[in-house]
Design a binder for this molecule. Structure first.
Ligand SMILES: [Zn+2]
Length: 322
């Protein structure tokens, strides 16, 4: 069986991994800074070099590689193989022919997929989503990404744009979201939204361990720091996770009513808070869904960590470029 390359085009780092798509295992990998400010052509050249380098350093030839999957943080046109809007990369990459350019530079066929749909595919095949045919993933970090598996297929929608669970509207009068809309889930429960709840609590002078943990420097407040305070019994910090979990639970309830998932997977850096976040999500879903057997929906943490995306996009490439 040929190996596949899983590649991650991140705002900070480019990563390329050789993946055994039958085992769901990363065999070897390497990463370099993206240096997005140098422009998309320079980034694509560096990505192609990185891919050829990881193949060579594993002692393989191109003939042993079935294809390359690239996970991309933003909006794509999968039919044309183009990027349309990558908000975290300089220049935002409108109509960049990423698929064909990497194919030309490496001589290996390429398939693109949104980065969180890549995570969704990885978790479904080899992680927390194993064994079920319908699931949803919320990936909570700087933003909130999402992905859906419906009846045994990764859901794509128009050009692969389906599954943006972080941009479902929770409150149409709510705060402005990075996408330009008001009241998206992302504006309420992303990493920065959770951090800003902590900043607000400290700025308001509430009695909370968050103040001591950040040494009264608001810029040091992160979801991780707030989780640390919550686990130490701090009521203000616990309330912040309750609220974030409530918003996520409302979104998860919408997904339960929409697709009847067997599992909902919480991924991304903020998911490291574990039960602090999962417990209020479960409670909210249970009390707000009455039209499907909500007790059967498992709400769990992701299992593959940072490897989910490269494994998932390599498996995607294997299914598209057999
Ligand atoms: Zn939005």
């Amino acid at each position: 069986m040929k190996k596949y390359i899983g590649c991650d085009l991140g705002g900070t780092n480019l990563r390329a991994a050789i993946v055994d798509v039958e085992q769901g295992a990363v065999i070897s990998q390497t990463s370099i800074p993206t240096l997005a400010r140098e422009g998309h052509e320079a980034v694509m050249r560096r990505m192609a070099e990185l891919i050829l380098q990881v193949i060579q350093s594993a002692g393989m030839g191109k003939e042993g590689v079935g294809g390359i999957g690239i996970g991309v943080p933003g909006v794509l046109d999968l039919d044309k193989g183009e990027t349309l809007f990558l908000p975290n990369l300089a220049g935002t990459w409108p109509h960049v022919p990423l698929r064909d350019r990497i194919k030309d530079l490496t001589g290996i066929p390429v398939s693109l997929l949104n980065d969180v749909r890549s995570i969704t595919n990885g978790e479904w095949r080899f992680g927390a989503g194993r064994g079920v045919d319908t699931l949803a993933v919320f990936a909570i970090g700087t933003g909130i990404g999402g992905g859906l598996v419906l009846n045994g297929m990764l859901h794509l929608g128009i050009g692969g744009t389906g599954g943006e669970l972080g941009h479902q509207i929770i409150d149409f009068n709510g705060p402005l979201c990075g996408c330009g809309n008001h009241g998206c889930l992302e504006a309420f429960a992303s990493g920065p939204a959770i951090a800003s709840m902590g900043m607000k609590a400290v700025a308001q002078g509430l009695t909370t361990q968050i103040s001591e943990l950040c040494a009264n420097d608001l810029n040091r407040i992160t979801p991780k720091l707030i989780a640390q305070a919550a686990l130490a019994g701090d009521a203000v910090a616990q309330e912040i996770y309750e609220l974030a979990g409530y918003y996520l639970g409302i979104a998860a309830a919408n997904i339960c009513a929409t697709i009847g998932p067997r599992r909902i997977i919480i991924a991304g850096g903020v998911a490291q808070a574990g039960e602090l976040l999962l417990a209020p999500i479960r409670r909210t879903v249970t009390s707000h869904v009455h039209v499907m057997p909500v007790a059967q929906v498992e709400i769990v943490s992701a299992a593959l960590g940072n490897n989910a995306g490269v494994i998932g996009v390599a498996c995607w490439a294997a299914s598209m470029l057999p």
